[in-house]
Write a protein that binds this ligand. Structure first.
Ligand code: KIV
Ligand code: ZN
Length: 520
């Protein structure tokens, strides 16, 4: 058995399935590049057959990332499998096809309407086809944790015989418990005669808050691949948070069956915080302050007793040195006098690899912000990346904005946008200046957005901090249940930041419609 636990990151597939987290190609590439720096073993880059956009992003990531295996998801259906093979092809030997099929009684009877035998036949046929196209094939028995153990063992044995080199045992609905999941993995190890020919993988959802505990229990029982996402983002309550499993294994290897002092995985843990930030920015999914490892408060000690203890000896109240996960790397902030090369170098350090045109767009915004703000901090800079790139790549670009508010004025906004080098100006009255800006944007772009979520936060401290606004907007007639589109914007003025965030959502909606993605 391998003495390392492999990390299979599905932030760009299962993570991206979470409402509000859709990313465009640029954002997915940034996440993938950062995951490569973090050292995950496998990146599941998407579900290629779902849309042209998904295919394109898996293909581009497979071409760009050089160190990780790149997986594409496929149902046990010929077209899915062939598309996944084509999408991961640029990764060569590092390409993986991940086929899945549900095995539990509920799914067999109500979703698939197939007998046990038919499911095994489909699974074997899917794995064989995938194996004829790539060497590295993973099979997932969807809803495995609610599948009869003896039947699950038969499925696993059959797909390994058919060529699967990784067998995944998902807890699809976050139903299992640590002791139960340990027992399932142990049962498979004891009862599947060819189990040593494959890596056992686990994939947990967090519906009752046990995804990390369940994954660790499975590792203890012998699983050697953990699937999860950065910050635990994912459908419903999310997936296993990779950073938490990694730090549990690094900090306490022995309870999970590893030697004291060993490093049971391949991650460069010092990249964890940076990766968390990149995923937050790219997906728009904020991390709660008290979240383990990567939350703002994870290493903040406010009580006097704790502070005194920490000063006397760090280990009194800290089980992990924050530096080991990438906290506390402080750099001098940039100012308006900083040149393009300094901005480029800092952006690269922060994990943003930009083309020349993209750098120009960010640098232009940086100069404007630098005029109204003494220092531009790293977080400010990252906000500007999202803001300037998503706007400049969209159909509409913000040119000018002016608004009137106050307790006795009628809130009014005048907005000028640019499209194809032509300026469009309109104005509107709203129930506040933010609402007036949104209405003016609606009038120019001829859309109608319904704001369903709005968040504002300061990216740094001090009165001249940048305000970063995240919005979720529902466009069009949503009786059939369309998903909200997220948008982000940053500026020293929160009303301007709000307008930028709204325009970002408008542009993303236009892009998703053009690509045929019913995305968020
Ligand atoms: O949760 C699940 O079962 C999945 C599979 C596709 C692996 O995401
Ligand atoms: Zn899942």
């Amino acid at each position: 058995m391998s003495d390392k636990v492999l990390f299979f990151d599905t932030t760009l597939r299962d993570g991206e399935q979470c409402p509000g987290a859709s990313m465009n190609l640029r954002q997915k590439l940034e996440v993938a590049r950062q995951l490569e720096k973090l050292g995950v073993d496998v990146i599941e880059a998407g579900f290629p057959c779902i849309s042209d956009g998904d295919f394109e992003s898996v293909h581009t990531i497979a071409r760009t990332v050089k160190k990780c295996r790149i997986a594409g998801l496929a149902r046990c259906v010929e077209n899915d499998i062939r598309q996944a093979a084509a999408a991961v092809a640029p990764a060569g030997e590092r390409g993986r096809i991940h086929v899945f099929l549900a095995t539990s009684p509920l799914h067999r009877e109500f979703k698939l309407k197939k007998s046990k035998e038919e499911i095994i036949e489909m699974a074997v046929a899917g794995v064989k086809l995938a194996k004829s196209l790539v060497n590295d094939v993973e099979f997932s028995a969807e809803d495995a944790s609610r599948t009869e153990h003896d039947y699950l063992a038969q499925v696993v044995e059959a797909v390994i015989d058919a060529g699967a080199t990784t067998v995944n045992i998902p807890d699809t609905v976050g139903f299992t418990t640590p002791t139960e999941y340990f027992a399932i993995i142990k049962y498979l190890k004891d009862n599947v005669k060819n189990i040593d020919k494959a890596v056992i993988s686990v994939h947990c959802h967090n519906d009752i808050g046990m995804a990390v505990a369940n994954s660790l229990a499975a590792v203890h029982a012998g699983a050697r691949q953990v699937e999860g996402t950065i910050n635990g983002i994912g459908e419903r309550a999310g997936n296993t948070a990779i950073e938490e499993v990694a730090m549990a294994l690094s900090t306490r290897p022995e309870p999970f069956g590893f030697e004291k002092g060993s490093q049971p995985h391949n991650l460069n843990t010092r990249e964890i915080v940076k990766t968390s930030r990149v995923v937050t920015r790219m997906s728009g999914m904020l991390v709660q302050r008290s979240k383990a490892i990567v939350g703002e408060n994870a290493f903040a000690h406010s009580s006097g007793i704790h502070q005194h203890g920490i000063l006397a000896k760090r280990e009194t109240y800290e089980i992990i040195d924050p530096v080991e996960v990438g906290w506390g790397e402080t750099e001098l902030p940039l100012t308006k006098h900083s040149g393009r090369a300094a901005v480029k170098a800092r952006l690269e350090k922060l994990g943003h690899t930009l083309s020349n045109d993209e750098l120009s767009a960010v640098f232009e915004r940086f100069k404007k912000v630098g005029d109204s703000k003494k220092f531009v901090y790293d977080d400010d800079l990252s906000s500007l990346v999202d803001d300037s790139l998503d706007t400049s790549n969209g159909v509409w670009k913000m040119s000018h904005i002016q608004f009137i508010g106050g307790d006795s004025a009628r809130p009014t906004a005048t907005v000028t946008l640019v499209k194809d080098d032509e300026e469009y100006t309109d104005c509107a009255i709203g129930n506040g200046p933010v609402n007036a800006c949104f209405k003016a944007i609606d009038r120019i772009t001829q859309t109608h957005g319904e704001l369903v979520d709005y968040n504002v936060r300061a990216t740094s401290t001090g009165q001249d901090a940048l305000g970063e606004v995240s919005v979720k907007v529902q466009f069009g007639d949503c009786e059939s249940g369309c998903k909200p589109i997220s948008g982000k914007g940053a500026a020293t003025d929160v009303i301007e930041a709000s307008a930028r965030a709204y325009l970002n959502a408008v542009n993303r909606n236009i892009t998703f419609n053009a690509l045929g993605i019913s995305g968020n």
